[in-house]
Design a binder for this molecule. Structure first.
Ligand code: NCD
Length: 312
């Protein structure tokens, strides 16, 4: 495995390998000194053209806990503001010889493009509406923590703005790959007509949600809603699709990738309830991203590890 651009790059065995590795890193996260020398001397670059709180901080922490050096780039405050292109920015930063580049951009396909301009391992941290594979891995990790390692036959409902969600596109793929039954639910204007091709069921009626093991709520992505009139109003959306206490059964696990619009897609009461595992997802993000960095740069299936063995 050279890059992580899409969940389609992973076999079921690869997913197991990454999640097992993440579980072993959880032990490190519980130590007083939360650092191992696994990637000492390696350089990780984060290249972010879009806002991020969770993804960026957890990638940075993951790299640091593996003892890698980290260089952080965000488009705001850089020469991008002087008109530098994506290609020139990548070529400039690639001159620092990073071993891995973590890329987030509003344009679908950016990580693939970047992979053509550098030898570094590329990790997709979100490309437009397309994919966000490490989020899917950390969500699967969190579901296993809650429900046990075998999720075969379990049911996950993904509710909300599927149309603009890279999180949904990666999550549906990984859940289908691991034998989980997925239903997506939302207003017809926010459900892409071809989404069922990924192997999920589609419904516009939230009433069946109470049978799901996991209720996964998506943010309404105002910044990507270019077509006007997708929703009559936020109030009407909340009335029909909000994940709130009256709609939930007591044992359901409630998830959200963050950031949450409290009172819109999810009630504040549910966000703050023990049923919601949103901060556990954030915690899982660090160990899962440690595992991804490790597998790409030093794991048995990485190109870098093969090269090192050849030179030994
Ligand atoms: C998401 C993203 O940016 O794709 N957040 C995240 O990475 N945890 C989801 C969102 O912005 O709604």
């Amino acid at each position: 495995m050279k890059h992580l651009l899409s969940i389609d790059d992973l076999s079921r065995d690869d997913v197991e390998l990454v999640l097992d590795r993440a579980a072993s890193f959880s032990e490190v996260a519980n130590r007083e000194i939360k650092k191992v020398p696994a990637l000492r001397g390696r350089t990780v670059l984060t290249l972010f053209y879009e806002a991020s709180t969770r993804t960026r901080s957890s990638f940075e922490l993951a790299a640091k806990r593996l003892s890698a050096d980290i260089v952080s780039f965000s488009a705001g405050g850089s020469s991008v503001e002087k008109g530098e292109s994506l290609k020139d920015t990548v070529l400039t930063l690639a001159a620092h010889s990073p071993d891995a580049i973590v890329v987030r951009a509003p344009w679908a396909g950016t990580p693939q493009l970047v992979s053509q301009w550098t030898d570094a391992a590329i990790i997709n941290a979100g490309d437009g509406k397309r994919e966000h594979p490490t989020q899917a891995l950390l969500d699967l990790f969190t579901m296993r923590q809650q429900l046990g390692a075998d999720l075969e036959g379990r049911s996950v409902w993904i509710i909300g703005d599927v149309a603009h969600s890279r999180v949904a596109r990666s999550l549906i793929r990984i859940l289908v790959l691991t034998g989980v039954h997925v239903t997506v639910c939302g207003p017809p204007t926010l459900i892409p007509p071809d989404i069922g091709a990924l192997g999920c069921d589609v419904t516009y009626d939230i009433s069946g949600m109470s049978d799901a093991d996991v209720v996964y709520t998506l943010r309404l992505q105002h910044e990507r809603m270019t077509a006007a009139g997708l929703l009559p109003s936020l109030g009407e959306y909340a009335a029909r699709y909000q994940v709130n206490a009256p709609r939930l059964s007591p044992n359901q696990v409630v998830m959200h990738p963050g950031p949450v619009n409290r009172g819109v897609e999810m009630s504040g009461e549910v966000v703050d309830s023990p049923q919601a595992v949103i901060t556990m997802q954030v915690k899982a993000g660090v160990v899962v991203r440690m595992a991804v960095l490790y597998e790409l740069l030093a794991g048995s299936r990485s190109d870098a590890a093969a090269k090192e063995r050849a030179l030994a």
